[in-house]
Design a protein around this ligand. Sequence first.
Ligand code: ADP
Length: 576
Amino acid sequence: MLPSRTFLVLAVFVCGVCSALYLAFFSYYKTEEIQAAKGRLALYKSTLESEIERISYFPYVLSKDDHVIAGVLGQDLQALNERLAEFARRSQLDAIYLLNTDGVTIATSNYDQENSYLHNNYGFRPYFKQAMEGKGGEFYGIGVTTSLPGLFISAPVYAPNGKIAGVIAMKLNLHRLEEIWMEAGENVLLSNGDGIVLLSSNPKWRYKALFDIPPQRREEIKAVRQFDKIPLVKLNWSRTNEDQASVNKVPYLLVQEELHARQWTLYFFASERSIQVQAWSHLITLTVVASLIFAAWQFKKTRRIGAALRESQADSADLREANRLLAVEIEDRKQAERRLQRTQDELARTSRLAALGQLSVSVTHELGQPIAAMKNYLTAAEISQKPPKASLLTQMSGLVTRMENITKQLRFFSRPGSKEFEPVNLQDVLKGSEELLAVNLNSGKVQYSSDYPDHPVWVRGNRLRLEQVLTNVMRNAMDAMTDEEDCILEVKISQQNDHGVVWVSDSGPGIGQSTIRDLEEPFYTTRASGEGMGLGLAISTEIIKEHGGTIHAENRHPKGAVFMIEIPLEKEATHA
Ligand code: ADP
């Protein structure tokens, strides 16, 4: 539903457009109708003028006729009657008649008809008076004898002595023109100089006055009996503008033509209603066509929207289905994750149990041997019942030291490492490790060399734990070279990008196919029982991870191994 305000605006707009179209159509057809009316009126004007023109010279010509001149002198009038009747018939005139100087008809074409003019006196008629003054006379009026209207024209008839001896007159009935107008179904009227309608296609308009006739003029008209006893009432009409008028409240388009010679005016009233009907019918046709086009467009649009709606409904159904499948998949994954988590927990528990088992085996094995040895020494001393020798004490002290070393290594796992990090210079770490390993390094068996930059390489860490790592890696290197003739141990410190790096390389057997992942496995060792528990690299890797660093190991060409320890630089100290 459209909001009422929008509907109102739309209604006003449509009404405005319709009004404008109606006015355009009306104006178009009005122009066309006026053009057509002008054409018709020009035709009627020329018909009327030629009809009058046709006979306008007759009176003059007849006035020169010998028979007429003889007649005016009172000779041979019966023959003249017949002659005039013949002329009237041939020239389609109502009557041709000869008046004497008193205005009395002495010869006429209708001498033998009921309403014959013979002996009637028309001396009061203007056309008689004008002819008696020696001029051609013309007068339109209703016949006093026949009561039929017509145009009277006359000419003086001169006697041989040159004096006016009578008047020859004739009457032309213009009623035929009215019939033509009527047959054409048109509203045409002819008015005279007084505005009195002489001829009209509509009989009701005939002898009506178009304008007010002054009383004096009315008297004059009455005196010449121009319209006999007809009251000459005013026609109920008014002009709305130059080309529009209403007659008896019916609107017309109006076109007029002047017949200047006689001060007559021809009016053509074209029906305005027919133009209104034409304009309306075109407007309605156009509105219907526009409505049909609009309805078709709306129908197409609705269908298009419907199709789009159905498509989007199908899409959203697909989407809902996809969402449902996704939700199912998410649930499946969650379940799988839960299962995985459970499995991982289970695995961790199993690993812990396995590690515990392995640790128990390792500890039992490592400690079992010195304990059994000590037990044997003690049993032997008891049997001999002699005070123990100094060498026995030394041997037992060695066994205790070995057991202490084993427990020291195990303690690393039980003791939480110190997390106190501070800037540490890698050169200092190296010095610490060198001191710890001084006995081995200075034994003369190992060719030891170190290389480091002349500026400190600061990393962030715990110095003692880093010493523990480096010492372990260096000791591993020396242990690996036990059976080698040339024992070369090199340690190099450098700064690469944002890391401090320590390389420890040896000339031992190398790590073979193993990777650092293998070596750092707890309890992985290639050493003989009692010489190592395979925990050194496991511990070292943990410590370096705590420092955000990494340990790599690879074989060295032509022989030996290289361990590379990377630790992030201490930024503040570096900047300082
Ligand atoms: P352990 O020293 O107790 O064996 P580690 O975890 O320190 O335990 O070392 C694990 C194993 O890694 C050693 O047993 C040895 O086989 C190997 N390894 C370590 N360092 C080297 C090295 N520089 N050259 C060859 N093998 C090495």
